[in-house]
Write a protein that binds this ligand. Structure first.
Ligand code: AMP
Ligand code: GLY
Length: 429
């Protein structure tokens, strides 16, 4: 099987690493890829959002499957276009990717089908939104723009002034462009967060092992929101009781709701959950693998990912047993100093062998923002590397990952030192 993977971050590197373990997969292509990915896959300089360019590339390479990994091309309808041209794909069509592409849509779906989530209202008019916030008088207030915003479209306002500023910046200031021309104002929920990724063929849903992201830039969950500074899997707070409750009240109802709406979801569905005092509730859906959740979940997958891709496409996921290793995995993201704001690129990374890996092979390094220049790996983005290790316990996985981080350096590298600490404390409880 030949597979073309669309995207070029740490998550795509994790997908490609998993595919490279498959006995069925003979050739992996990636567009655009990155420095580390280029050691496993043949890379082509086509942007992930360039639908015409990607269709053209697929016509040239004739892959058996195109795996569309990032949110924007999915929401823009890349899968629809590839299917029209006769290509088999992994990833939802645009009418299902809207689950991530529009919060107004996803909140409406949850309301209609009784799927637990924060209470909310939607607004296009700033005055009405502000009147609602004042009438509620409850803080923090959560204000979200409708569309995609690189994970930055959610503002947790601590008081009335912050809430008013957030509404004005989106509805009047046009901070997020069209994505912010409609907003959702919702109830603030409390509790630990869990990510559950699930394979689904539109009818059957098979959750993967759970995980926990660390979204803030600095230790102790301080600083700005980022794409994710580290992950662990499984998430020890997500017990069997929660898994059963979520299957019954969230996962199956979501898949059935999308089917009933005539928008069957095929691919990987990301459930962002909060374990609130009233039970598990949905914070958000994403229409794809999480980044850096994929980096800790896929190493634990024992079943051949190529078999899963085929079963999802052919809608026979019910007959496939998906197995997971009974181990833990931890990923520590090394980011450019200054991320998620301004940061330099083009800095040489030291500690690597010719594949951009550690010579002792104790940990696996997923490349996010790197490029290969001659024989040297250079930084090329905000999140640069996801240093990942698997071990029998979470503590041992974290120790291995952090020890590997100590062997890699580039100027002003920033990483959190407390990845997994809250989970470890919870595990001990
Ligand atoms: P989202 O992009 O919707 O996942 O939101 C980003 C982050 O904001 C989430 O991971 C939560 O930490 C936080 N968040 C979003 N919605 C809520 C809510 N209703 N209550 C509390 N925190 C929230
Ligand atoms: N790590 C969060 C996301 O992929 O959206």
């Amino acid at each position: 099987m030949n597979i073309l993977v669309v995207g070029g971050g740490g998550r795509e590197h994790a997908v490609i690493k998993a595919l490279s373990r498959s006995e069925k997969v003979s050739k992996i292509y990636c567009a655009p890829g990155n420095g580390g990915i280029s050691r496993l896959a043949e890379c082509f300089p086509v942007k992930a959002t360039d639908i015409d360019g990607m269709v053209e590339l697929a016509e040239k390479l004739k892959p058996d499957y195109v795996f569309v990994t990032p949110d924007d091309p999915l929401v823009m309808g890349m899968v629809d276009r590839l299917n029209e041209k006769g290509f088999r794909t992994f990833g939802p069509r645009a009418d299902a990717a809207v689950l991530e592409g529009s919060k107004v849509f996803s909140k409406g779906l949850m309301k209609k089908y009784g799927i637990p989530t924060a209470a909310y209202e939607t607004f296009t008019d700033a005055e009405k939104a502000i009147a609602y916030i004042k009438e509620q008088g409850r803080y923090p207030a959560v204000i979200k723009c409708d569309g995609l915003a690189l994970g930055k479209g959610v503002i947790i306002a601590q008081n009335e002034q912050e809430a008013v500023d957030a509404v004005n910046s989106m509805l009047i200031g046009g901070k997020f462009g069209k994505s912010g021309s409609e907003i959702v104002i919702e109830e603030f929920m409390t509790g630990p967060e869990v990510t559950v990724l699930a394979f689904t063929d539109g009818k059957t849903v098979k959750p993967m092992v759970s995980s926990m992201d660390h979204k803030r830039a600095y230790d102790g969950d301080k600083g700005l929101n980022t794409g994710g500074m580290g992950t662990i899997a499984p998430n020890p707070l997500y017990t069997k009781k929660y898994a059963d409750e979520c299957m019954e009240k969230i996962f199956l109802p979501t898949i059935k709701a999308m089917q009933a709406e005539g928008r069957p979801f095929k691919g990987c569905l990301y459930f962002g959950l909060m374990l609130t005092p009233d039970g598990a509730k949905v914070v958000e859906y994403n229409c794809r693998f999480g980044d850096p959740e994929a980096q800790v979940v896929l190493p634990l997958l024992k079943t051949d990912l190529a078999d899963i891709i085929e079963a999802v496409y052919e809608e026979r996921l019910d007959s496939l047993d998906i197995e997971w290793a009974d181990e833990s995995c931890a990923c520590v993201v090394m980011a450019s100093g200054g991320y998620p704001e301004k940061y330099p690129t083009g800095l040489p990374i030291s500690g690597f062998d010719a594949d951009g890996q550690l010579p002792d092979g104790k940990a696996y390094v997923y490349h996010a923002g790197t490029k290969l220049d001659g024989g040297t790996f250079l930084t090329a983005g905000g999140r640069v590397l996801g240093v990942t290790a698997t071990a029998p316990t979470l503590k041992a996985a974290l120790d291995k990952a952090y020890s590997a981080v100590g062997e890699i350096s580039f100027e002003n590298a920033h990483f959190r030192k407390d990845i997994g600490q809250r989970a470890l404390a919870g595990e001990d409880r």
